[in-house]
Design a protein around this ligand. Structure first.
Ligand SMILES: [Zn+2]
Ligand SMILES: [Zn+2]
Length: 238
């Protein structure tokens, strides 16, 4: 723990290099300008589900699908599409202990949240891993990002109130119908929440079924507005 803290404190003070092209970075920066400009941004995302709007649609309106059959969550903010090079960084962060990328992801997300102008939530809730997965990985990637955002945006984080009570299969391995079934009843709240507006933080949102399922649990307990914050949104659901 002390080592983790020390590394994190040093990470703010020491110069580092760009994780994608290796050029030296000024202190406090986590990606060089040209790699930043090459990130696969979401051009004109639907304000509710985060998927790209058709060219002819006005940018302040929700997409057709959200107008006819909206998800339970209220807004989704993603820093980019789930595509290279962002997907490579996320894979390194999730599966190869590249925890130093948390600063980059948190910085991108903090900017996106502030630019959205939608109002800040009272609390940040990271999407939990099942206990067995967390033991195996040694960390919850969403919580690592949430902790930094909590400091920078001055919003508390609650890493322990949501619980994944069932180990679920990876959503990416399933078809659309199986994805809904896979996460149904997989989450519960450990305690009632005294909040009206929360942000649910996940690293990657694929179809939105996981965050939608958690939103239902939160809204049943009295939360009125759920914003989803994620690093990347999969744009072409298969
Ligand atoms: Zn670079
Ligand atoms: Zn939409």
């Amino acid at each position: 723990m002390v080592n983790q803290w020390l590394l994190s404190a040093l990470g703010q003070l020491l110069p580092s290099s760009c994780p994608l092209c290796d050029v030296p970075l000024p202190i406090g920066e986590h990606l060089c300008k040209s790699c930043h400009n090459a990130l696969p941004l979401l051009d004109r995302p639907c304000p509710q589900c985060g998927l790209v709007l058709p060219v002819e649609a006005p940018s302040e309106q929700c997409c057709g699908s959200c107008q006819t059959d909206p998800p339970d969550f209220d807004r989704l903010i993603a820093t980019s599409q789930y595509a290279p090079p962002m997907s490579q960084l996320i894979m390194g962060f999730k599966f190869h202990r590249q925890l130093q990328y948390a600063r980059l992801f948190a910085q991108l997300l903090a900017n996106a949240v502030q630019q959205s102008g939608h109002g800040l939530p009272e609390i940040i809730l990271p999407v939990p891993l099942h206990a067995s997965r967390q033991r195996q990985r040694g960390y919850n990637q969403a919580l690592e990002i949430a902790r930094l955002l909590s400091r920078w945006l001055d919003i508390p984080v609650a890493g322990n109130v949501l619980q994944r009570i069932r180990a679920t299969a990876a959503q990416s391995d399933l078809d659309a119908a199986a994805r809904i079934e896979n996460v149904r009843g997989a989450f519960k709240l450990r305690q009632a929440l005294p909040y009206r507006h929360v942000a649910l933080l996940d690293d990657v949102v694929t179809t939105g079924n996981t965050v939608n399922e958690i939103t239902r649990v939160l809204k049943k307990s009295g939360v009125q507005r759920v914003d989803v914050w994620c690093i990347a949104r999969v744009v072409e659901a298969n």
